[in-house]
Design a protein around this ligand. Structure first.
Ligand SMILES: C[S@@+](CC[C@H](N)C(=O)[O-])C[C@H]1O[C@@H](n2cnc3c(N)ncnc32)[C@H](O)[C@@H]1O
Length: 341
């Protein structure tokens, strides 16, 4: 990730033009469970091939490529795990990243980005079924596998909300586009009075339900299936969460939704946007956000990452006051909130 603008070089171009091979290398190694096969100790390609039931020649070439990429250590014909691989790449580890890699480096994003130039010409998605389509299967994978990556953000959000919520009479939370549900469930874990209403597509809510069970908060969670623009409940809430949701839509659509949601806050209640943002810093310091923005271009009709200022203006435009913005080093997301008077 370039931190400052440096001249174009052949090395940089080479690394960009070959980056897809590293992605496929990682995908293949995880699919074949290469790291699992080395968890008990070093092995040579023939042993690994026997364990994985793969071809010895193909296995030798794959292992050498993994060593070249720094994911394995090679000593003569023996291959072994490098530091960190046992924790992150062996499927029995609680920190296993295979799920998130399956989503972030999976076919859905890959196929979407294939005609990026076409999306640029058109100014939006060219897909027949895109990220806004009900039943889009990617969202079930996202909800299922991204929990490991989301946990620190959920804890960060809870730290902003729970101390403030302690002096309120109730903590009824509406989580729009909840996905896995972890943002709301972490609040429910931290405050036994909290209730959470999860809104998302029905098949995604089925995934959230499993996490509510695991976290022991299921009895305080209810589910609202459907399109967030159509099925908003009439009830009033203390906190309304919009976690990584608004960047799928134009600023105009977001502002309309934020206005409708603001009317569903109890007096003093908080509307919270948790999101990647763009435009807050020079582009070279927003590499991942800029890449995510391309995905929004390619798989939504009007989606786009908005800046902190745009989000704050949405909250102010909905009549909310006491605007707050927080971020934390190491977390790519911003927390932006406004209060109902
Ligand atoms: C990027 S995920 C965010 C999940 C979670 N809130 C988080 O912060 O990690 C976006 C979620 O919005 C849901 N979603 C997208 N469009 C929606 C719509 N129109 N109505 C309801 N949910 C929608 C998706 O199914 C997905 O679960």
């Amino acid at each position: 990730m370039p931190e400052t603008v440096v001249p174009v070089s052949r090395e940089r171009l080479l690394s960009m033009m070959t980056a897809y091979k590293s992605t496929y290398l990682l995908r293949a190694a995880l699919e074949l469970k290469v790291f699992d096969s080395l968890a008990k100790g070093p092995a040579d390609p023939d042993d690994v091939a026997a364990m994985l039931r793969t071809n010895p020649r193909g296995t030798r070439m794959l292992l050498r490529a993994l060593a070249a990429a720094g994911l394995l250590r090679a000593e003569g014909e023996q291959f072994s795990l490098v530091d960190g691989a046992e924790e992150l790449l062996v499927s029995t580890s609680p920190q296993y990243c295979g799920g998130i890699i399956q989503v972030a480096a999976g076919d859905a994003e890959w196929d979407t980005m294939r005609d990026l130039a076409g999306a640029v010409r058109h100014g939006g998605t060219l897909l027949e079924t895109d990220a806004e389509s009900p039943g889009y299967p990617y969202w079930v994978d996202f909800a299922t596998h991204l929990t490991f990556a989301v946990r620190p953000s959920a804890e960060f959000v809870a730290e902003q909300i729970l101390p403030w919520a302690a002096s309120r009479e109730s903590l009824d939370v509406l989580d729009i586009g909840c996905g896995h549900g972890l943002l709301g469930f972490t609040l429910a874990k931290g405050d036994p009075r909290a209730t959470v209403t999860c809104l998302d597509w029905p098949e995604v809510l089925a995934v959230a339900e499993t996490y509510a069970d695991q976290l022991g908060v299921a009895d305080r969670v209810r589910y609202l299936p459907g399109n967030a623009f159509d099925v908003l409940p009439d009830a009033q809430y203390d906190v309304i969460l919009l976690g990584n949701f608004l960047f799928q839509f134009s600023a105009r659509r977001c502002a309309e939704l934020v206005r409708r949601l603001a009317a569903r806050l109890r007096p003093g209640g908080r509307l919270v946007i948790v999101s990647f943002t763009t435009g807050d810093q020079p582009p070279e310091r927003e590499f991942h956000a800029a890449m995510l923005n391309l995905l929004m271009l390619a798989w939504t009709s009007t989606g786009e990452l908005h800046s902190t200022t745009v989000y704050r203006n949405m909250l102010a435009g909905a009549g909310l006051t006491g605007l707050e913005t927080h971020d934390r080093p190491g977390l790519p997301l911003r927390y932006i909130a406004g209060h109902r008077a």
